[in-house]
Design a protein around this ligand. Structure first.
Ligand SMILES: [Fe+2]
Length: 379
């Protein structure tokens, strides 16, 4: 969404800065990882009452991330009470952490056995992308060797048609969907931040302890090299085409935080050129009413930056549906939050009220709003 505040200059200066004085080691050496096990039988949801893409008017979109299939998932009670038109899974939808097709399937079936999830699946349209743990490896990217296995298991579980290009396109599982009639159209873009993401770089342990840990920051450092990318060029081209399509509200979903600065953990800030490119692309395509949403962090907040014309862009992060408890990292662009309990994100559109307000924010496991912000589609 575009209003006025803050500084794109932060992003631009970061693009220009050099990190050549910092020693780099492969991220895997510092990666704690996590491997969880689960096998139970699954239950297919009964008859679906989901809305379809197309002219169905959407007024309530909920979203979330980081749901450990082995943990109790009481949050579905509050989510299902709201009966969202659409629910977006932003990744870490299961903790698979495997290269084995059967293990993927078993862990997806564990999620499928959870009653609250079954109710959601029955009542609401679901769109999903992945983050690292359902991609298959903690903080993984382009080099993860089992990504084709993972992709088919993921798309099978989420009901993607056999003919879908998501199953074969070489820019990963990116997809875009459209809901609502002309002049009330919602565009939802689900990015793939894993398939083509170039390797991360990180501080060596001693430097991390001395320079980051004491400030509650992570160990990753920005990669400003010419090859560094999150989306890959084909996904960028697809995104540009999409942003030129007509829509009244645009939601761009990224599994990792887009506008936070600077956490030191996984985020677009580790790829400052990509971060700046996205902000610039939204401006140059004249894509109005863009709301970025993200997950992954095990806490929730709202970040805001301003483009070079002074227009604001928001990134609403919700995490996690089950996994919380991390001490929230430093985020200079945070304007609301952090909230550290289990949570989900909400986006509510009042198509009839003057200005067509959009209220968005985060609710807790009881359905109580923890923070929110309103913008107008017409302003
Ligand atoms: Fe993640």
């Amino acid at each position: 969404m575009f209003l006025n505040k803050h500084h794109l200059a932060l992003v631009v200066s970061f693009v220009l800065s050099s990190c050549s004085d910092i020693k780099e080691v492969p991220a895997e050496q510092l990666d704690p990882g996590s491997v969880l096990a689960a096998v139970t039988s699954a239950q297919e949801p009964s008859e679906s009452r989901q809305i379809a893409e197309g002219d169905a008017l959407v007024t309530k979109i909920l979203f979330g991330s980081c749901a450990d299939q082995n943990d109790p998932q009481p949050i579905w009670k509050a989510i299902n009470k709201e009966v969202p038109d659409v629910f977006l899974f932003l990744g870490d939808n299961i903790y698979a952490d495997t290269e084995d097709k059967q293990v993927f399937e078993q862990k997806y079936e564990k999620l499928n056995s959870i009653k609250g999830f079954q109710t959601l699946r029955q009542n609401s349209k679901i769109l999903a992308t992945w983050d690292d743990h359902d991609y298959g490896v903690n903080d993984g990217g382009v080099d993860y060797p089992a990504k084709e296995i993972s992709r088919q298991a993921m798309l099978d579980f989420w009901g993607e048609p056999e003919s879908s290009e998501r199953r074969s396109q070489d820019w990963g599982i990116y997809t875009a969907s459209y809901f609502g009639p002309e002049n009330q159209r919602v565009q939802i873009i689900m990015l793939d931040t894993r398939w083509n993401r170039t390797p991360l770089t990180a501080l060596v342990k001693d430097e991390y302890k001395a320079k980051r840990k004491i400030f509650n920051k992570g160990f990753y450092i920005p990669d400003t090299g010419p090859q560094a990318t999150i989306l890959g060029e084909k996904q960028w081209q697809r995104l540009e085409e999409e942003l030129k399509q007509p829509a009244d509200l645009r939601i761009i979903a990224s599994s990792i935080q887009v506008l936070s600065y600077f956490t030191g953990w996984e985020s677009w800030s580790n790829f400052p050129q990509e971060q700046a490119r996205l902000i610039e692309l939204i401006k140059t395509t004249k894509a109005k009413n863009v709301l970025l949403i993200s997950g992954d962090t095990h806490s929730a907040d709202l970040s805001e930056v301003t483009d070079s014309d002074g227009n604001s862009l928001f990134d609403l992060t919700s995490s996690g549906l089950t996994n919380t408890g991390h001490s929230p990292s430093h985020n200079q662009n945070r304007i609301l939050g952090p909230y550290v309990g289990q949570n989900y994100g909400f986006i509510e559109i009042d198509w009839q009220a003057p200005g067509r307000p959009v209220l968005f924010g985060v609710r807790d496991v009881e359905g109580v709003t923890q923070f929110s912000k309103q913008i107008l589609i017409d302003r």
